[in-house]
Design a binder for this molecule. Structure first.
Ligand code: DOR
Ligand code: ZN
Ligand code: ZN
Length: 371
């Protein structure tokens, strides 16, 4: 299979290339004389991964399911997600993990990774992406009360939901044990400053579009939205201290929101907002490629990323303006703080492992895989 004349957005610039795909994987890239599908120079982002998604399901299927969340992902150009374990019941033992795995295998429209949670019980196994620990309050009751030093000593990748106190402790333990640490949704200038000082190849950091954009107290999310200085510090370190933008897609019903639930649905504004950042020159396209594609791919999967031998995942986009309307979301959670916003950049076609799963109108289900 040959995809011709794509303008591929990479961290080394936009490359006009043909892509040779074999068995769903990138076989070669460059210029080829053979005939193929002509993309007429369309801009394309390879391997778009949202590494922070809450799909709910299980007993909370009234507000989101793996099916609706991953359909939402594909509809807005996201070909891979990593799911968080604060489900009900939580993904914190082997049995539930395997149930989750089966559910993803049956229902998912995009490729996926599943995080595992520990609270006190340190008996864990392989197969998950990260051990996700919650050091401060959020949705679900998964606060970690065990021995952090011991947890880090296992040298399994750890993702944290934390404030600066926990971030400091975990960064030090990551350095002590050489354990991979991913800091979810960094939100303050002090956190950025601290991570910047100690960052090494084992330590990665993430920010959400809402922490970059929304003013303090305008939405009930965890961590809380910051002040202007916090947002400025986050923008300044994009692609440097901050490796990844991820949505923290957190669906709730309107009723639950009224009662103070934390979080907003974000998977359907994740790529559109970041595309808008690039089209309006708030970040470079090189940085866009790093933040939503190359870095998350490197962090979560050896199968993803724009390289020969990796999965042929491509999101074809166009510089067109449109207006966010959450009533049209595929997610069950139909509200957004970005409603009414005029964004530059639409998704035209989505290709997952060489197959077209979205053509601008219809979403198609193929067998999806663990990343
Ligand atoms: O606002 C949030 N909501 N932040 C989180 O970290 C969790 C999420 C949720 O699961 O609702
Ligand atoms: Zn969190
Ligand atoms: Zn979260």
């Amino acid at each position: 299979m040959l995809f011709k004349n794509l303008n591929v957005v990479t961290s080394r610039g936009i490359k006009n290339w043909d892509i040779l795909v074999e068995n769903g994987k990138i076989r070669d890239m460059g210029r080829f004389s053979a005939k193929g599908t002509d993309f007429n120079g369309s801009m394309t982002i390879p391997s778009v991964i949202d590494m922070h998604v809450h799909c709910r399901d299980f007993s909370q299927d009234y507000k989101e399911t793996i099916e609706t969340a991953t359909k939402a992902a594909i509809s807005k150009g996201v070909t891979g997600i990593v799911e968080m374990p604060n489900t009900a019941p939580p993904v914190n033992n082997k049995e539930i993990f395997e149930k989750r795995r089966t559910l993803f295998k049956e229902k998912s429209y995009c490729d996926y990774g599943i995080n595992f949670s520990v609270t006190e019980d340190l008996s864990f196994f392989n197969g998950y992406k990260f051990i996700k620990i919650f050091l401060t309050e959020t949705t679900g009751k998964l606060l970690f009360k065990g021995d952090l030093d011991r947890l880090f000593s296992y040298k399994k990748p750890i993702a944290i939901h934390s404030d600066i106190k926990g971030i400091k402790e975990c960064v030090k333990l990551s350095i002590k044990h050489g354990t991979k640490l991913h800091v979810c949704h960094v939100s303050t200038k002090d956190e950025v400053k601290f991570i910047k000082k100690y960052k090494n190849e084992n330590i990665t950091a993430e920010v959400t579009p809402h922490h970059l954009l929304l003013p303090k107290d305008s939405e009930n999310v965890k961590p809380d939205l910051g002040e202007k200085e916090d947002r400025e510090a986050l923008w300044k370190e994009l692609g440097k201290t901050i490796d990844v933008i991820a949505s923290d897609h957190a669906p709730h019903t309107g009723e639950e929101k009224k009662r103070g639930a934390y979080g907003i649905p974000g998977i359907e504004t994740f790529l559109p907002l970041t595309l808008d950042f690039a089209f309006r020159k708030k970040i470079s396209f090189e940085n866009l490629a790093l933040l939503i594609s190359e870095n998350p791919s490197k962090i979560v999967s050896d199968k993803k990323g724009f390289e020969i031998g990796k999965d042929a995942d491509f999101t074809v986009i166009e510089e067109k303006e449109w207006i966010v309307d959450s009533r049209k979301f595929c997610s069950k959670s139909k509200f957004s703080p970005f409603d009414g916003m005029n964004l530059k950049g639409i998704v035209k076609t989505v290709i997952l492992r060489g197959k077209t799963v979205y053509d601008g109108k219809k979403i198609k289900k193929i067998n999806c895989k663990e990343m």
